[in-house]
Design a protein around this ligand. Sequence first.
Ligand SMILES: Nc1nc2c(c(=O)[nH]1)N[C@H]1C(S)=C(S)[C@@H](COP(=O)(O)OP(=O)(O)OC[C@H]3O[C@@H](n4cnc5c(=O)[nH]c(N)nc54)[C@H](O)[C@@H]3O)O[C@H]1N2
Ligand SMILES: Nc1nc2c(c(=O)[nH]1)N[C@H]1C(S)=C(S)[C@@H](COP(=O)(O)OP(=O)(O)OC[C@H]3O[C@@H](n4cnc5c(=O)[nH]c(N)nc54)[C@H](O)[C@@H]3O)O[C@H]1N2
Ligand code: SF4
Ligand SMILES: [Mo]
Length: 695
Amino acid sequence: MGETSSVYSMCGMCAVRCPIRVEVEDGVLKWIEGNPHVPGIEGSLCAKGSAGLAFEYDAERPQYPMIRTGPRGSGQWRKATWDEALDFITGSLKKITETYGSKAIALADRGGPFTDLTKSFIKSLGSPNYFDHDDTCAKNVNMACRSVFGYGRGDISYDFANTSHIVLYGRNVFESLQVKEVNNILDALDAGAKMTYIDIRATVTASKADKFLMIRPGTDYALNLALIHVILKERLYNADFVNKWVTGLTELEGFVAPYTPEWAEKETGIPACEIAGLAHDVGRDKPGVIFHGGWMLSRYIDSFYSSRSIYILNALMGNIETKGGLIIAKGPKDAGVSPLHSLGESIPEVKDKIVDAGMAHKSLGTGHVVNLYKAIKTGVPYPVKAFLAYRYDPMASLPDPEEQKKVLDNLEMLVSIDVNYSETGWYSDVILPEATYLERSNIIATQTGPKPGFIMRRQAVAPRYDSKPAWEIFTLIAGKMGAGEYFPYRSIEEIWERQLAGTGIRINDFDAKGIVGLAKNPLPMDRDDLKFKTQSGKIEFVSQLPAKDTFESFAPYVSPKKPGEGYFRLAFGRTAVHAHAQSQNNIYLHEIVPENEIWINRDEADKLGIKDGDMVEVSSDGYSGKIKAKVTPYIHPEAVFMLHGFGSEIPLKTRSFKKGLRDTKFAKGLLETVDPVGGGVAYLECMVRVGRIKQ
Ligand SMILES: Nc1nc2c(c(=O)[nH]1)N[C@H]1C(S)=C(S)[C@@H](COP(=O)(O)OP(=O)(O)OC[C@H]3O[C@@H](n4cnc5c(=O)[nH]c(N)nc54)[C@H](O)[C@@H]3O)O[C@H]1N2
Ligand SMILES: Nc1nc2c(c(=O)[nH]1)N[C@H]1C(S)=C(S)[C@@H](COP(=O)(O)OP(=O)(O)OC[C@H]3O[C@@H](n4cnc5c(=O)[nH]c(N)nc54)[C@H](O)[C@@H]3O)O[C@H]1N2
Ligand code: SF4
Ligand SMILES: [Mo]
């Protein structure tokens, strides 16, 4: 037998980053499982996580730096050495800096717990232009949560283990999954918790719910206004908690007065008695009730307000820092431990303002990638000429890739740093291959939550190709740009030492479990001394922000557009076996779900003469494609649905190339269509025509 080792690390097959244990024999990966030491994980992994083995040993990924030789997107490349590729990039960045200043360089990434590296890197170049992907994900939810509690959505966790009732709005927990959350929810259901699931279609989660309510697309705000109406009118809320911690209850009461369950029935299609029934149930089950903030309400034009109404419902339950409710995340300081040092600490502050400083809603922050696109397109307020996309694929994740190409053509340098051939990579000037999550270590990350901790992703195997870890790529670029003094690192250990200085924790403390817990037990806040990060320190139903910064606290409901004859709202979502647009070419995952199909309501399909399994044509504003129809009664007649992430246009990904359709291609003209308050992209404001293909 050869030499076997066991490495604790973090999965990288999707952005959840579950803790894992990896077994390696003679340098070859043999086994990946969930980290057995982590409660809620205890060995479990999802299908994508297990398919990490296939990902690692797949040759259909970038193997060396590549420099474009033909026009953008032509697929003509030449192999380059790292030195050559980095000189090519930094040569251009220097020219751009001389002409436009360093602020003309932007970096966007997928966000998450390792962003101290990328934020510090862009700061070292003297640019304020760091962006993350959140406009396309949870931005409206995040803003809504902040508007009520002062905390972002990531600062709030859910105590599923002790809950009595979980209410989910298109939060498809059993398919769009996070392993720990799935296990905790299954345990809660076994222990007798109820689950109410609201979606425009019946998903796997619907099949496990006590009650599934099919809702008309885009009308969840109407449902919530009616729920709040009943809860206030019948005094079903937690009065002690609300009186103590909430500002603006009277105003809310006045606002929801017209929004009765009977009114909401007409909007949502959900019977008034069901709406009143849900209000009664949660009124009885409180405070251990969780209205999950989710994501799906985040993708309509009024998502800020519908998401806000979810957080208002939570507050009315009085479920904050209570068993079975919402728990405010605790960090190292709460456990009496110094936080990790930032790599950017000693880098001078950047004087220039982020490019969307004047475009974004002041109270709710800047850093909207959609605004970065606007600036690249117009040069206003100043030109942005270089875009580094690290672990980010906007051409697959933002609407309308054809429109995006026109915008990105204003750039002098577009770089993709990825482990796959991404759609953005395919259109860029240089592709830099990062070593995979199994081949590299990352900077240490902080885990906030009821029990804070530090977690490490640690290299398990040697890189198979000529790739490098992110920390090294950014260190090399900073060095070539003359910012080496701010990125002096020669090894990941040097970075870890720097991060851990003063925390009392050493690198080898991670050896035993991969995670260092900072508290033995959860660290609850005193319910009599809660702290909210709002202006008033309370839960703000009526915002107390200064008038110049504020937004309307209560927005009247506006009924969503009904699609015209033969048209449908295009909804999308995930399968448990794929992550966004990045896993469709994985040999195992491709075998399980090789392409997407379009769900269409049975009665609507009958009208159009479409039968289950027929190929149909889907079109929108000059773009059309063919896809197989799944005819079902389990989707609302106003919508059709397809899985996100298919229809790859990259021939080097031979398994997924041109399999299925790409949802983003139908989102014509939606690149600048955002929720006016939250700023999140309104993907669901997309209508498509579906028709039979005439034989
Ligand atoms: N139409 C439509 N659009 C959507 C969505 C949808 O459902 N429908 N979903 C939205 C949502 S919720 C999100 S979060 C976004 C997600 O879309 P993005 O924010 O673009 O993120 P991902 O697709 O997760 O990953 C981006 C890139 O990171 C690469 N990557 C993965 N692991 C690594 C790594 O270890 N290192 C490096 N360097 N790169 C890596 C992947 O190969 C991929 O190319 O898309 C959004 N856009
Ligand atoms: N397997 C897997 N898991 C993932 C990911 C992945 O790529 N793959 N991505 C992760 C990421 S980044 C995210 S953001 C989350 C997303 O997690 P979710 O938001 O839970 O997932 P989605 O599948 O995007 O969409 C959920 C549902 O919203 C429904 N929906 C559409 N319109 C409406 C509406 O108007 N009202 C209601 N109530 N429902 C509606 C859709 O029919 C769909 O079933 O998943 C995470 N988990
Ligand atoms: S949910 Fe699955 S793919 Fe995502 S990090 Fe966890 S195990 Fe990996
Ligand atoms: Mo997301």
